[in-house]
Design a protein around this ligand. Structure first.
Ligand code: PRP
Length: 187
């Protein structure tokens, strides 16, 4: 067993040989650059609100906001489309709607991964209808396979392989969200 496999097994308890796609340090370096890019994109007095799309973005959001050296506020969207399966059901359920006002504010939706694009396509229209000053998307991972993505992320961490990815917030049937790295799961 090599070092990567030992680290995986420590978190999962599984002997399954999984492939680490992005290490914790690779992610940290990229998130730091994304935070600097976002900070530089808005005037100092802009009213910026980050909306973390839960549950998957919870680790990314926590790391990202600490790399954005400018005033901002944070709220959440809770949506789910995958249930316990590994394929999107195509129906995105909004389980929590943020209370924060959005009119006239600069909104950034923070997403862990853009896969089929269903989640963003179904949620962004509703946010745009609340009359924000601007609406942008920041995604850690983008598979670039969404056939009709209506809302393209302005900031992307990595162009990700078309594999089932877990860790750093991403789950498979609620497991593996706590891995500090991103790994490919055999399905
Ligand atoms: C996953 C992931 C993204 C979305 C991406 O969320 O966290 O939000 O799917 O897939 P898509 O581009 O095909 O829509 P999920 O619905 O599994 O909920 P979760 O965030 O609670 O894991």
């Amino acid at each position: 067993m090599n070092a990567a496999e030992r680290e995986f097994t420590a978190y999962t308890g599984s002997e399954a040989l999984e492939h680490i796609v992005y290490s914790a340090s690779e992610i940290a370096d990229r998130v730091a650059r994304m935070g600097a890019d976002i900070a530089a994109a808005y005037p100092r007095d802009a009213d910026v609100l980050l909306l973390g799309l839960l549950k998957g973005s919870f680790v990314f959001l926590g790391d990202l906001v600490r790399q954005i050296r400018r005033p901002l506020q944070v709220d959440f969207l809770v949506a789910s489309s995958y249930g316990k399966g590994t394929k999107s059901s195509g129906i995105v359920e909004l389980l929590y709607d943020p209370r924060a006002p959005m009119a006239g504010r600069h909104i950034i939706i923070v997403e862990d991964i853009v896969d089929s694009g269903t989640t963003l396509n179904q949620l962004c229209g509703g946010i745009a209808a609340r009359d924000p000053a601007s609406l942008e998307i920041c995604a850690l991972l983008h598979k670039r396979i969404a056939p009709d993505l209506e809302w393209e992320p302005r900031w992307v961490g990595f162009d990700a392989p078309n594999e089932f990815l877990v860790g750093y917030g991403l789950d498979q049937a609620e497991d593996f969200r706590h891995l500090p790295f991103i790994a490919s799961l055999r399905t």
